[in-house]
Design a binder for this molecule. Structure first.
Ligand code: AMP
Ligand code: MG
Length: 410
C-alpha cells in the first residue's frame, strides 16, 4: 500500500513549536459584547475615553468643607459650620461651598465646587437641637478624603494592549470607562477526531477487546479554556477510506483538525496517508519528547492538521505543548506558552530515557512538587492527579530540593 513516503527527521521541541506557530494564520478580528469577552484575546490597544475617577469625589461618608476653615478644630474646641446641603452618590450640588459652611456627602458623592476636603463623619457631631449645624472635631488637610479626578486612569492612557487576554480585572476596567464592546481575535473552530477500531463511545456496555474513547472530551476541555471552539466528530475506524472521509468532513467545517491515534508506524496508522491523499502537506512528524513522539503536523488550504498520538497521556501532553499555543496565537495572543510556577522537588524526578520527558507532577500550595504517579504513557490516573508538568532533560535525575519550573494547565 502507498504509505506516506517522505522520511521525516525527528525535531527538537522548540523547532517543532516554532514551525507550528509560523504556520498559524494571521488573526482576524470581530467585535463582541464585553459580557462575552472573558478569556478572549484583545485585537487592538484600548485607550481610555475618559478620566477615572471622572470627577473629584468623596472616599468617605462625611462633610465637604474648606480645609482652612477647620485648621484649629479640636475635640474640646470644635469648629461649627453651617450645613448648606446634601449630595447623595449619583447627585450633584448646584451651589458652591462658601467659607463657614459644609455639605453632607457619602462615599462616591461628587465634591461640590468651593470645597477642597472631606472630614469623615466620625470626626463630627451634630447636636440634637441644632440640625442646621455641624461641629467639626478635627482638622483635615486640603485634598484629604478626596479621590481626585484622573488619579486612577487618565483619558487617553493605555488600558490594555493588543494580544492580551481579557481577564476579569481587565474587563472590569473596560466597563468602568464605559465600553460595552471590544475587538477580539476570532476563535478558531477545531474539529476533534478520534481514530481506532477499538474505540467505543462511553455510556454503552463495553464489547470484548474494546476501550472507551477518552481523548476528544479531555482535549475539548483544554481547547475551550484556550478560547477555541471544539466540534466533536464521530469515531473513526482504522481504514484508509473511513479516515479520508472523516478528515475531509472535519476540514470542510473547521479551521483546524486535531486527530488522535493512527500516527505511529503500524500498518493500521492512516492519518498521514489519508491527509496527503486529500492534498494536505505534511510539515513534520515526530518530535523528540516523551510522551508524544509521533506527533504529526500538516497544512491544508490555510488550515492546520494536528495529528496526536492515541495514548491519552501523549495526546494531552502534545496538545498542551504544541496545539494550545497555536490556538492562542490564532486569536492573536502574545503570550502562548503554558504558565509556569516555581516549585521545589520534594522527591527526585528520574529520566533514564534519551528524550526529554515532560513528567506529570503535583504542585502543592507550598510549592512542593511530587510525581503525580506512574509515568508510563498509558497511565491515566496520574494525569488526573497531576496539575502540572516538569520538563526533565534526557538522561537526567533532578534531585529532591532542586528548583523546577512547573508548567501549569489546571
Ligand atoms: P495509537 O496511537 O492509535 O497507536 O494508539 C495508542 C494507544 O492509545 C492504544 O492503546 C489505543 O488503544 C489508545 N488510544 C488511541 N486512541 C484513544 C482514544 N481516543 N481514547 C483512549 N485511548 C486511545
Ligand atoms: Mg490506533
Amino acid at each position: 500500500m502507498g504509505r506516506a513516503s517522505r522520511p521525516f527527521s525527528m525535531l527538537e521541541f522548540e523547532e517543532a513549536l516554532a514551525r507550528v506557530l509560523a504556520a498559524v494564520p494571521a488573526p482576524t478580528r470581530e467585535n463582541v459584547s464585553l459580557n462575552d469577552s472573558a478569556g478572549r484575546v484583545l485585537a487592538e490597544q484600548i485607550r481610555s475615553p475618559l478620566d477615572l475617577p471622572s470627577f473629584d469625589n468623596s472616599s468617605m461618608d462625611g462633610y465637604a468643607l474648606r480645609a482652612a476653615d477647620v485648621a484649629s478644630a479640636k475635640l474640646n474646641s470644635p469648629v461649627c459650620l453651617r450645613l448648606a446641603g446634601k449630595v447623595a452618590a449619583g447627585e450633584t450640588f448646584t451651589g458652591e461651598v462658601m467659607a463657614g459652611t459644609c455639605v453632607r456627602l457619602f462615599t462616591g458623592s461628587p465634591l461640590p465646587p468651593g470645597a477642597d476636603a472631606v472630614v469623615m463623619q466620625e470626626e463630627t457631631r451634630v447636636e440634637p437641637n441644632a440640625a442646621g449645624e455641624v461641629l467639626i472635631l478635627a482638622p483635615v488637610g486640603p485634598g484629604e478624603n478626596v479621590r481626585s479626578r484622573a488619579e486612577d486612569v487618565q483619558q487617553g492612557s493605555t488600558l490594555a494592549e493588543a494580544g492580551e487576554l481579557l481577564t476579569a480585572g481587565r474587563i472590569g476596567l473596560l466597563a468602568a470607562v464605559g465600553l460595552n464592546r471590544v475587538p477580539v481575535g476570532r476563535q478558531p473552530v477545531v474539529g476533534l477526531l478520534a481514530t481506532g477500531s477499538e474505540l467505543q463511545e462511553p455510556g454503552q456496555p463495553l464489547a470484548p477487546g474494546r476501550i472507551y474513547e477518552s481523548n476528544r472530551i479531555a482535549l475539548a476541555a483544554i481547547l475551550k479554556r484556550a478560547g477555541a471552539v471544539p466540534v466533536t466528530f464521530p469515531l473513526v475506524v482504522d481504514q484508509l477510506a473511513a479516515t479520508s472521509t472523516a478528515l475531509a468532513e472535519a476540514f470542510s467545517q473547521c479551521d483546524a483538525v486535531v486527530t488522535s491515534g493512527g500516527v505511529s508506524v503500524g500498518e493500521m496508522d492512516f492519518i498521514k496517508h489519508a491527509f496527503e491523499q486529500m492534498g494536505g502537506e505534511l510539515q513534520f512528524w515526530k518530535v523528540a519528547i516523551k510522551p508524544g513522539r509521533p506527533f504529526v503536523f500538516g497544512r491544508y488550504r490555510g488550515k492546520l492538521l494536528f495529528g496526536l498520538p492515541g495514548n491519552p497521556v501523549s495526546a494531552l501532553v502534545t496538545f498542551l505543548l504544541l496545539v494550545r499555543p497555536a490556538l492562542l496565537r490564532w486569536q492573536g495572543a502574545t503570550d502562548v506558552s503554558l504558565p509556569t510556577h516555581p516549585g521545589v522537588l520534594a522527591e527526585p524526578l528520574v529520566n533514564h530515557g534519551e528524550r526529554r520527558h515532560f513528567m506529570r507532577v503535583r504542585l502543592d500550595s507550598t510549592s512542593k512538587v511530587r510525581s503525580a504517579g506512574a509515568q508510563a504513557s498509558h497511565i491515566l490516573s496520574s494525569v488526573a492527579a497531576a496539575n502540572g508538568l516538569v520538563d526533565v532533560p534526557a538522561d537526567t535525575t533532578l534531585s529532591a530540593g532542586a528548583a523546577v519550573a512547573v508548567l501549569r494547565w489546571d
